[in-house]
Design a protein around this ligand. Structure first.
Ligand code: 1HN
Length: 347
């Protein structure tokens, strides 16, 4: 006699499901193939936020609320496939933050790591654990997990930067903490430029012991990044898919600059027509210089300076540039890589 049961009738199955459901038990076979899909099944959609569209809204937000009242005056870039969830990709958050002349965004700290990528304006500062850095377009700045940070704008122009945070990752792990300083807190302002002097010149203090996985260098000025790319563009041949692409690293460990967010800058030569590429890390791009296109899933997104666009996990896409173009990007690649999950495919 066979031990294989005869298939139950749909009604029997439904009655069984209803019975076990009372005790929070449910059959795997009804969900197996949506749980374990053959390839990434992301809700993330490709999208482009044009600077010309969002810039007036950012300035309008500046008339509606102060940075002090808002704590952080930010317009969140929500992925169209993830509306209402404050996410630009399934794992990451992005927003455009405005700070007007004379404003201060007060200090706080949280478990989430943040990056700032400077898009517009010049002369505001961010302070990380009391050390100030003055921000310029194209600069990449890190606020490591659980470090005090505040921003201020002593300049005479509005400043806008792109924030990237690992909010959804930290939420998934239920590991979030947030704190404001006690009233009596002293501002321990370290000398501006101390971290850069210690870690920004391919040298390290001789007795340096890494205290965290995040780079002790928290300011990567565009001037340096741009000069490196310019030299590479003259001397090396571009990668067929992504041109000349560098990743930001932690100089003390050689690992990614941030443990949860990978950050990159790439130069596409004039007239570049990239071959298709895909990877499992949904990626957010911020255009620094130049204009071009990102083609994905039969759609074309035409980008220019200060635009932001997002490419979902595992969708093949191509990058094209008219003149020379420079793109900053970020994704959860270091998390995937350390878990042996990251994949890429060229062509
Ligand atoms: C935050 O602390 C900043 O410090 C920006 O500038 C955006 C979004 C969510 C939670 C905290 C900042 C943020 C944030």
């Amino acid at each position: 006699m066979s031990a294989v049961p005869k298939p139950a009738l749909p009604a029997e199955r439904q009655a069984f499901y209803a019975k076990i459901d009372q005790a929070n038990v449910t059959p795997l076979w009804e969900v197996l193939h949506s749980l374990i899909s053959a390839t990434p099944n992301t809700p993330c959609k490709p999208y482009l936020w044009k600077w010309a569209t969002v810039h007036p809204w950012i300035l309008e937000a500046g008339k509606l609320i102060t940075a002090k009242e808002a704590e952080r005056r930010v317009l969140i870039l929500e992925n169209p496939g993830l509306r209402g969830r404050s996410r630009v990709t399934h794992s990451l958050y992005a927003g455009l933050q405005l700070i007007l002349p004379g404003e201060v965004a007060p200090a706080h700290r949280h478990s989430q790591s943040a990056l700032r990528f400077i898009v517009h304006g010049q002369g505001a500062y961010t302070a990380v654990d009391g050390e100030r850095v003055t921000m310029s377009p194209g600069d990449f700045i890190i606020t490591p997990s659980w470090t005090w940070h505040d921003h201020g704008n002593p300049s005479s122009e509005p400043m806008v930067w792109l924030d990237g945070l690992d909010i959804a990752l930290v939420e998934l792990l239920d590991a979030q903490f947030f704190e404001r300083p006690p009233e009596e807190a002293q501002h321990t302002t370290r000398t501006a430029g101390e971290s850069f002097a210690s870690f920004g010149n391919t040298m390290l203090p001789v007795n340096h012991e890494p205290r965290s996985r995040t780079s002790p260098l928290f300011w990567y000025p565009y001037e340096r990044t741009r000069a490196a790319l310019a030299t590479l563009a003259k001397s090396a041949s571009p990668h067929a898919c992504y041109g000349h692409k560098l990743k930001f690293v932690n100089p003390a460990t050689g690992g990614s600059a941030m443990p949860t967010i990978g950050t990159f800058m790439q130069l596409l030569p004039q007239g570049f027509r990239g071959k298709p590429y895909r990877s499992t890390d949904s990626t957010v791009y911020s255009v620094v210089e130049g204009a071009g296109r990102m083609k994905v899933g039969g759609e074309t997104f035409a980008w220019g300076p200060k635009d932001t666009f997002v490419v979902p996990s595992w969708m093949p896409y191509t990058l094209e540039a008219d003149g020379e173009a420079v793109l900053f990007s970020f994704s959860d690649r270091p998390v995937q890589a350390v878990l042996d999950l990251w994949r890429e495919q060229e062509g």
